[in-house]
Design a protein around this ligand. Structure first.
Ligand code: HDD
Length: 672
C-alpha cells in the first residue's frame, strides 16, 4: 500500500498522535491525504437522469447502408462497433429507487471508426415539450418541490401537474408516461427511441430523414404499479441488479436497431411536423426497417469510472449522421457539453477512458483542468510550417454539415402544426389493449389523487377530454369528480391524422422472441417438501434459460420428503415474491401446513396472484393457496393448481410463464 505519491504506507490503522492518548498531529500527511481524497470522492450528480446503470457491448450491422449514410457503423455487413449504454430514470436523485414511475433514458455511445456517436434517447418516442426553452421549467416542475425537497423520484405532486396541465403539448407524452412503459419490468425489456428526427447523409451528400428505434429481443414487459411500489422498498436497485445479473450469467441482453427513413417531401405531407418532438411517425405510415443488432455482454469494471463518468452528448455525431431543425434538439446540442463541463470539472472530459474515442484524436486544443495528454513540441496552431503542417484538416473526408437551406426571418414562435396536441395522444390511447387502458386510467387517477389543488385536477381532466372521454371519464370517476368542459384547442380545424389505430404502440405488440429466458421464479421449500417436484420444475426452467430460486421460511438447509437436503438461497423476508416473475408451491405431505397461518406467507402468495403472475401449486401447495384466499375454482390460465399433482405441470408452468402476466385475472380494485 502506498500514498498517492507512491510512498509506502507502514500503518493504515491509526492516525499519528503525540502519545497513545494524545492529540492527533497536523503533520500526518498520510491521514490528511486519505481523508482529503475521500472528502472529494463525489462529483455533482446529473441534473436529470442521475440514477443509471451501464454496460458494454457491441453493435453489429446487418448489411451496408451506403446508399443512405456514410456513418462508419453502417458501411459493411457484420461490422462490429463497440458501444457503452447507460439506462436511467429521469426524476430521482442518484440513490433513488429504480422502479419509480418515470421515463427511462436509453443512451448509447458508439465508439465508431470516425469518432464517437452518442444516440441519447429514451424508452418513449416522444417528449413533454417542443422547445428547449421549456426544459428547465419542466425539470423544475417534476423534481422535488423546492421548499421541502419532496417527493423523491415521483411526478405525483402539484408542481408537475400544474406545469403539464398548462402545457397541452405534453398530453401525448403523458399518455406514454402514465402507461405501463413508465414502470418497465427490466431495462432489458424496454424499447429505445432516438426521439428526434435526425438525418442520414450518404457519401454523395444526399440526405434522408431518419428516426431510430431499439427493439428488445426479450420483448417489452412491465411491472404493475403496486408491485413497483413494493419493489422500491425491498430492492431499490431492482433494475441495476437485473441488468448486472443477466450479463454476469451470460444472458446477454440484445436489441435490434430499426430505422424509419423518409424524405423531406414525404414529411411535408404528414399531418404533423417531424420537427416536433411531441409527435412520432406511426409505423403504419413509415415502416421500421431493421439494420443491425446490439448486444450488451460486459459489465463495467468500476461503476464510478464508467457509468458515472460517462458523458453523453447529442452534439456527438459522426460523418453520415446530422441534425434537423427540431428546436428541442437544438437546445440539447448545447446543453450536454455544457453540463459535462461542470459535472466532470472542465473541458477535458473526453480524455476519461470511458469517453475517449477509439478513433485517434489530433487537434490544437490544449490545457484546461485535468488534462491527461502530454502534447509534445511547440506547435499548437494551424496553419503551421514548424510542425510540418500537422494536423491537417480533412476536407470532404471529414464531417461536412448537410447544407440545409435557411428559410424565413429570425423570430421566436412555432410552426402551425406544432399547435395540434391531441391526435397522437388519442392514437396512443385508442391503440392500447383493455388492460393497458385500465392501467393508464389508474395511473392518472393515482397521480392526480396526490395533487392537492383542485383546479389542477380539473384542468388536467379538461385536457384529457380532448384525448378520450373513456379516459377522462375513468379518471374523473376515480377522483369522484364531474367531467369539466374540454380545454379549448389552439387550432380552429384539427388536421386529419393518417392513422387511426397503431397496434405497434401497445406493449403487447412485442412479446419477444426469447420466451422466459432469464426470468426468475420463486420455488417455496420447507421441511417435508416434495424434492422430486422441485427438481422437475427447476429442470424445466433451466432448459428455457430461466432460474428457479429456492425460498424458505429462512435461508439454509431443509429436508425433503425424500430425505434429501435442499438449501434455501433466500427467505420470505429477504426476497419477497414481488422480486420474482412467477411462484411455485411444490407440495409435500405436511410441508406447508405450518406456514398456512403465517401472514407473511399469505402475502407471499397473494402478491403474485394480485399482480397477475403465473403460479403453480402442487399437492399441499394448493392448500396454501386456499389459506391465502386465492380462488382456485375460476378459469385462470396463469393459476395452475393440481391438488393431486400432474406429470406435465412443469411444462404447463413454463408455457403460462411465457405470457408474462394474466391480466384477465385483474380486477381493479384487486379482489384478494
Ligand atoms: Fe436530456 C441527460 C435524454 C431532452 C439536457 N438526457 C439525459 C440522458 C438521457 C437524456 C438519456 C442521460 C444520459 C446519461 O445516461 O448520462 N433528454 C433526453 C431525451 C430528450 C431530452 C430523449 C428529449 C428528446 N435534455 C433534453 C433537453 C435538454 C436536456 C431539451 C436541455 C435543453 N439531458 C440534459 C442534460 C443532461 C441530460 C442536463 C443531464 C446530465 C447529462 O445531460 O449528461 O444536459
Amino acid at each position: 500500500m502506498t500514498t498517492n505519491q507512491g510512498v509506502p504506507v507502514a500503518d493504515n490503522q491509526s492516525s499519528l498522535k503525540a502519545g497513545l492518548r494524545g492529540p492527533a498531529l497536523l503533520k500526518d500527511f498520510i491521514l490528511r491525504e486519505k481523508i482529503t481524497h475521500f472528502d472529494h470522492e463525489r462529483i455533482p450528480e446529473r441534473i436529470v437522469h442521475a440514477r443509471g446503470s451501464g454496460a458494454h457491448g457491441y453493435f453489429e450491422a446487418y448489411k451496408p447502408l451506403t446508399s443512405l449514410t456514410r456513418a462508419a457503423p453502417f458501411q459493411e455487413a457484420g461490422k462490429r462497433t463497440p458501444v457503452f449504454v447507460r439506462f436511467s430514470t429521469v426524476q430521482g436523485e442518484r440513490g433513488s429507487k429504480d422502479t419509480a414511475r418515470d421515463v427511462r433514458g436509453f443512451a448509447v455511445k458508439f465508439y465508431t471508426d470516425e469518432g464517437n456517436w452518442d444516440l441519447v434517447g429514451n424508452n418513449m418516442p416522444v417528449f413533454f415539450i417542443q422547445d428547449a426553452m421549456k426544459f428547465p421549467d419542466l425539470v423544475h416542475a417534476v423534481k422535488p418541490e423546492p421548499h421541502h425537497g419532496m417527493p423523491q423520484a415521483g411526478s405525483a405532486h402539484d408542481t408537475f401537474w400544474d406545469f403539464v396541465s398548462l402545457m397541452p403539448e405534453s398530453t401525448h407524452m403523458l399518455m406514454w408516461a402514465m402507461s405501463d412503459r413508465g414502470i418497465p419490468r427490466s431495462y432489458r425489456m424496454m424499447q429505445g427511441f432516438g426521439v428526434h428526427t435526425y438525418r442520414f447523409v450518404n457519401g454523395d451528400g444526399q440526405s434522408s430523414l431518419v428516426k431510430f428505434h431499439w427493439k428488445p429481443l426479450l420483448g417489452t414487459h412491465s411491472l404493475v404499479w403496486e408491485e413497483a411500489v413494493k419493489i422500491s422498498g425491498c430492492d431499490p436497485d431492482f433494475h441495476r441488479r437485473d441488468l448486472w445479473e443477466a450479463i454476469e450469467s451470460g444472458a446477454y441482453p440484445e436489441w435490434e436497431l430499426g430505422v424509419q427513413v423518409f424524405s423531406e417531401a414525404d414529411a411535408d405531407k404528414f399531418s404533423f411536423d417531424v420537427l416536433d418532438a411531441t409527435k412520432l411517425v406511426p409505423e403504419e405510415l413509415v415502416p421500421v426497417t431493421p439494420i443491425g443488432r446490439m448486444v450488451l455482454n460486459r459489465n463495467p469494471d468500476n461503476f464510478f469510472a464508467e457509468t458515472e463518468q460517462v458523458a453523453f452528448c447529442t452534439a456527438h455525431v459522426v460523418p453520415g449522421i446530422d441534425f434537423t431543425n427540431d428546436p428541442l434538439l437544438a437546445g440539447r446540442i448545447h446543453s450536454y457539453v455544457d453540463t459535462q463541463i461542470s459535472r466532470l470539472g472542465g473541458p477535458n472530459f473526453h480524455e476519461l477512458p470511458i469517453n475517449a474515442p477509439l478513433a485517434p484524436v489530433h487537434n490544437n486544443q490544449r490545457d484546461g483542468m485535468h488534462r491527461q495528454a502530454i502534447h509534445r513540441g511547440r506547435v499548437s496552431y494551424e496553419p503551421n510550417s514548424l510542425g510540418g503542417g500537422c494536423p491537417f484538416q480533412t476536407g470532404q473526408m471529414g464531417f461536412v454539415p448537410f447544407p440545409e437551406p435557411i428559410q424565413g426571418d429570425e423570430m421566436r414562435g412555432k410552426p402551425e402544426k406544432f399547435a395540434e396536441h391531441y391526435n397522437q395522444a388519442r392514437l396512443f390511447f385508442d391503440s392500447q389493449t383493455a388492460p393497458e387502458k385500465a392501467h393508464i386510467i389508474a395511473a392518472f387517477r393515482f397521480e392526480l389523487s396526490k395533487v392537492t389543488v383542485p383546479a389542477i385536477r380539473t384542468r388536467t381532466l379538461a385536457m384529457l377530454r380532448n384525448v378520450s372521454d373513456e379516459l377522462a371519464g375513468g379518471v374523473a370517476e376515480g377522483l369522484g369528480m364531474d367531467l369539466p368542459e374540454a380545454m379549448p384547442r389552439a387550432l380552429p380545424r384539427t388536421p386529419k391524422p393518417e392513422v387511426k389505430a397503431s397496434p405497434a404502440l401497445s406493449l403487447m405488440a412485442l412479446p419477444g422472441e426469447q420466451g422466459i429466458r432469464s426470468r426468475k421464479v420463486a420455488i417455496v421449500i420447507a421441511d417435508g417438501v416434495d424434492g422430486a417436484a422441485v427438481a422437475a420444475v427447476q429442470a424445466a426452467l433451466a432448459k428455457e434459460g430461466a432460474m428457479g430460486r429456492l425460498v424458505g421460511p429462512r435461508v439454509g438447509p431443509f429436508t425433503t420428503a425424500q430425505g434429501k437436503t435442499l438449501e434455501a438461497e433466500a427467505s420470505f423476508e429477504n426476497e419477497p415474491s414481488v422480486l420474482f416473475d412467477g411462484l411455485v408451491l411444490p407440495g409435500g405431505e405436511g410441508a406447508f401446513a405450518a406456514l398456512a397461518g403465517n401472514g407473511q406467507v399469505r402475502e407471499y402468495v397473494q402478491d403474485p396472484y394480485r399482480h397477475c403472475k403465473t403460479i403453480l401449486a402442487l399437492g399441499s401447495g394448493v392448500d396454501l393457496l386456499a389459506a391465502a384466499g386465492v380462488p382456485t375454482d375460476g378459469d385462470d390460465a396463469g393459476l395452475l393448481a393440481f391438488a393431486k399433482g400432474k406429470a406435465n405441470a412443469p411444462a404447463a408452468f413454463v408455457k403460462a410463464l411465457s405470457l408474462h402476466r394474466h391480466f384477465e385475472r385483474e380486477t381493479d380494485p384487486p379482489r384478494v
